[in-house]
Design a protein around this ligand. Sequence first.
Ligand code: SF4
Length: 276
Amino acid sequence: MKIELAESHGFCFGVKRAIKIAEENKDSDTYGPLIHNSKEIARLESDFKVGLVEDFNTFKKGDKVIVRTHGIVKDELSSLHKTGVDVIDATCPFVTKPQEIAQEMSEEGYDVIIFGDDMHPEIKGVKSYATHGAFVVTSKEELKKLKLRDKIALISQTTRKVEDYLEISNYLIPRYKEVRVFNTICNATFENQLAVRDISELADVMVIIGGKNSSNTKQLFNIAKEKCFYSYHIEDESDIDYSWFKDKEFCAISAGASTPDWIIKNVIDAIRKRVD
Ligand code: SF4
């Protein structure tokens, strides 16, 4: 069986940057998971003594705290600074951007709409920057229920599918006087999505590697599934069921933006070992 990696896959700029920051700041803690990959977080803990703290109230003056790639809520960030915590900001610049847009547009009197998952830390963070509040939607149907004014600013979660975002903006544009659409989908996500779309058309079986809680990995899996029925989302080689590869000639592989190369390599090695 031929095994091939999608042309663009795996670690993005923001995750590489955050990991480098964590490795340079031994004996610190991240507030919430630095990235959505539990195996990489375990590696940072064992090799660099970078801990994971979920309870915000435990931080005190002098603690070294790394802000994760997805960013945190505005009030929490100011509170850390006020407490005298040594804040090391690893928020991805592509996440900082929508935070700034949300604040600016809200202050200029626009109704801010965020296309994304309101339970995702990135969106909780971005929403908190909209001084007068923001609406979070995942579909056109949810949009229809909102009472909006005539000035609208639209922002997307960085990891959303472009086609889905277009559907939202296409709904708004003919209905409101002023709609400002900000392209806040990050390129890394976009390139990984394009590459999965291309390769999934050719593949007999597709394996997408990444954390089960990783939004961009889930998007890759959804795209793969559209073209390749035999698509599977795994976290690492221990999730593989080797019967997936029976009678298949071409296995394509991709990985989410927070999946380290060493996990991808382990998966490929494991498949090679067991499948001819
Ligand atoms: S996927 Fe994009 S926004 Fe998210 S961390 Fe990576 S570069 Fe930043």
